[in-house]
Design a protein around this ligand. Structure first.
Ligand code: ATP
Ligand code: MG
Length: 715
């Protein structure tokens, strides 16, 4: 056995690692080694003879716990991989499958995501005849937000609506009615949404002392990373889990709490010592991630926060490169700056995968994505639409879901809707027919199919029979589903199927790693894989929402779109929301080790497609002087155009683009064929406005493009 070298910890980290019994709270700023301390603690506990299976490590994503256990394994040995690690939802799922009977439901429930939940609300709305012709009736999204909010914030739905959604209070009765039916629908069909997983886990611990004692007896050491982003239900779960021993260590940073929209409550950190008497509170104050100039800036961002508990950090990492602020003329110019700087960083030896571009919302990077495509810079985007969230993926997954839960009517309905000539009414009728039967699979062939769709229905019956025959590996089932689904897929998505097909390939590759279908479905629903568009292993630039960058670090970080209205988001108002936006910026900036670039476009295009001038984000405006260096946009663009920067010689593409930019409106006419580097070929449908046109692209549909920014070529 390798001895875990605790010399590599500073004093408070050492105390946190070696205080193995009793409640411990580590509260510390970004980059101070909280996560690393947890890793060492896992290895240390096992080295001291604790069984790996009796350690529970709760993290924000599944990937995070896998990586932490991998690191612990490097410090000690691979017994660390036997530690139970995962998200609250993942562990809830595991325990509920085992102990679900205690709460009155079986082990074959299906987990539903947000889109599924909204789909159910829609179904219920129409079956209950609610909101017909009422434009002010809350949307399915708002209804799920309210229901979920009441669960996560542990308040009655009625109070939540009256206090936080008062503009919808006229519809209170209907909202409560929908909540009731939504709960019943899920129970009847063996479905659980994300919130149910947590709530039922909490119930299990409080309502079944036998289950609680067994679970608390099994997990003797509990550790939680990113505790600032847990909600009240999760705090209660921790309380229940530690019931028999109180060996629980949570680590977090109140200044990085960014999930209040999901009910997270950073007061959980403050409450912890009250919940657990004798809590040892440990603060870490040395930052090991960033250079002093970056740290000075991030300290200053949070200095202005209304409420904060953690202290200012210091670092011993030397470095004299100030963070840079680039005020771009427009989004195109901002993208050009980033490309130019990435080239420069690469020439200084910074690897592409060590560079991240961070933004508040997924759509803020669209312009940059086009530019990167033109420049042939490989990138992967995190935090956007997940792989399993698009319609075609849900179509395919529906077949797999009914195999593990024949009562999953949502999926049956989805499958029937794919049949040619079958509309929502008929789909619902078939679903009702089979769900009334004792065995939906056996009932299916009995359904009297209509003449026009009998053949396709028979094909479906045949497929289900095939899928059910024998115990087949998930990847074999997937192939069978594809053989059936692809012709439907080509028909349904005639305009853009090549792009979507890549998603199917990616899912197929992931599936090969599983031999248990239930595990595959749970994992992809609970922690949906990022849609990288491909499954190869090339090293790429990281494009990420700030939320998805939590806990990570990069050599160089760009934070884009730092304009008022974008960051903070225009709907933030003042107070809590505003403060959360500030913390979001803090999380983003603290990801950087050596290089930090802030930027925003002075000219922004609004939803109405009009341009307006955007002032700098107030969070930047309030920073103290001398914390960053401003770069002049004119100097950057001229450098760029003349190719004077050192990274890469000007390519043919840039020359083309220069000429392209000179195109005038009069060069175009309706019907004229054009080519765009990202959208491909298309034809002009309309000349709209003085500098913009509507183009119908063969593979990407209708887009409105601005002549000054779109890199169009006339064919
Ligand atoms: P965040 O709040 O962003 O999640 P964190 O507090 O979890 O940050 P870590 O990610 O654990 O911080 O650590 C930040 C970096 O500092 C990592 O690269 C880690 O390896 C390094 N580090 C932490 N503690 C030490 C130490 N004592 N000696 C050397 N490097 C350290
Ligand atoms: Mg961390």
């Amino acid at each position: 056995m390798t001895a875990v070298n605790l010399d590599q910890l500073n004093e408070p980290q050492y105390t946190a690692v070696t205080t193995t019994e009793g409640p411990v709270l580590v509260i510390a700023g970004a980059g101070s080694g909280k996560t690393r301390t947890l890793v060492y603690r896992v290895a240390h506990l096992i080295e001291r003879g604790v069984a790996p299976e009796s350690i529970l490590l709760l993290t924000f994503t599944r990937k995070a716990s896998q990586e932490m256990l991998w690191r612990a394994g490097r410090l000690l040995n691979d017994t660390c991989s036997r530690v139970v690690g995962g998200t609250f939802h993942g562990v809830a799922n595991m325990l509920l499958r085992r102990f679900g009977a205690e709460l009155g439901f079986g082990s074959s429930f299906t987990i539903i995501d947000r889109a599924d939940a909204e789909g159910i609300v829609n179904l219920l709305k129409s079956s209950l005849g609610l909101g017909k012709r009422d434009k002010r009736f809350p949307s399915k999204r708002a209804i799920i937000n309210m229901i979920s909010g009441s669960v996560n914030k542990s308040i009655d739905l009625e109070d939540l609506v009256l206090e936080q959604y008062s503009h919808l209070s006229d519809h209170l009765e209907e909202i409560l009615q929908l909540q009731k039916h939504y709960g019943e629908f899920k129970f009847d069909h063996g479905l659980m949404d994300y919130d149910d997983l947590l709530v039922n886990w909490k119930r299990l611990l409080s309502e079944s002392p036998a289950a609680r004692d067994e679970i608390s007896g099994r997990f003797r050491y509990i550790m939680v990373d990113e505790y600032q982003d847990t909600n009240l239900v999760q705090a209660d779960i921790i309380r229940g889990l530690a019931h028999n021993h109180e060996n629980v260590m949570v680590v977090g940073d109140d200044s990085q709490s960014i999930y209040s929209f999901r009910g997270a409550d950073f007061y959980n950190i403050m409450r912890f010592p009250k919940e657990f008497e004798n809590t040892k509170i440990i603060k870490l104050e040395e930052n090991y991630r960033s250079t002093q100039p970056i740290l000075s800036l991030t300290n200053d961002i949070i200095r202005n926060a209304e409420e904060k508990y953690t202290k200012t950090l210091f670092t011993s990492i030397e470095g004299d490169i100030l963070p840079k602020l680039y005020v771009a003329k427009n989004e195109g110019d901002e993208a050009a700056f980033i490309v130019k700087t990435i080239r420069k960083l690469e020439s200084r030896g910074v690897a592409l995968e060590n560079i991240a571009v961070l933004f508040r919302s997924g759509f803020h990077s669209y312009k940059l994505e086009m530019e990167l495509a033109v420049e042939n810079i490989d990138f992967e985007k995190r935090g956007g639409l997940k792989l399993t969230e698009s319609a075609h993926m849900k179509d395919v997954l529906a077949f797999l879901r009914i195999l593990v839960n024949p009562r999953d009517n949502l999926s049956w309905n989805r499958i029937f809707l794919q049949l040619d000539k079958v509309g929502p009414k008929t789909a619902q009728k078939i679903t009702a027919f089979i769900s009334a039967a004792a065995d939906p699979y056996l009932a299916l062939p009995e359904y009297p199919a209509g003449k026009t769709w009998k053949d396709s229905f028979n094909n479906l019956v045949e497929l289900i029979r095939e899928l059910l025959s024998g115990n087949q590996a998930p990847s074999v089932l997937f192939e069978q589903v594809l053989a059936y689904y692809l012709p439907i897929f080509y028909e349904l998505y005639a305009d853009d199927y090549p792009k979507r097909q890549k998603d199917l390939d990616q899912l197929g590759a992931i599936m090969k790693e599983y031999d248990d279908l239930q595990a595959f479905i749970d994992d992809t629903t609970l922690d949906p894989p990022e849609n990288t568009g491909t499954d190869d292993d090339i090293r790429r630039l990281v494009l990420s929402t700030i939320h998805s960058s939590k806990g990570l670090e990069f050599e160089a970080v760009f934070i884009i779109g730092l304009a008022e209205g974008r960051f903070p988001h225009s709907s933030s108002g003042f107070g809590g929301q505003w403060e959360e936006e500030r913390r979001l910026l803090y999380v983003a900036a603290t990801r950087a080790k050596k290089y930090l670039y802030l930027s925003y476009p002075r000219q922004l295009m609004g939803r109405d497609r009009r341009f307006s001038f955007a002032p700098m984000s107030p969070f930047l405006a309030e920073l103290g002087g001398g914390l960053y260096q401003k770069i002049d946009s004119a100097s950057c663009s001229s450098d760029y155009r003349t190719g004077r920067f050192s990274g890469k010689p000007p390519t043919g593409k840039k020359t083309v683009r220069k000429t392209v930019r000179k195109l005038k409106m009069s060069d175009f006419s309706v019907g004229c064929k054009v080519e765009h580097p990202f959208f491909g070929t298309g034809s002009v449908k309309k000349l709209s406005g003085s500098r913009s046109l509507d183009v119908l692209f063969d593979r990407h549909g209708l887009k409105t493009l601005h002549l000054d920014y779109a890199k169009l070529k006339i064919k």
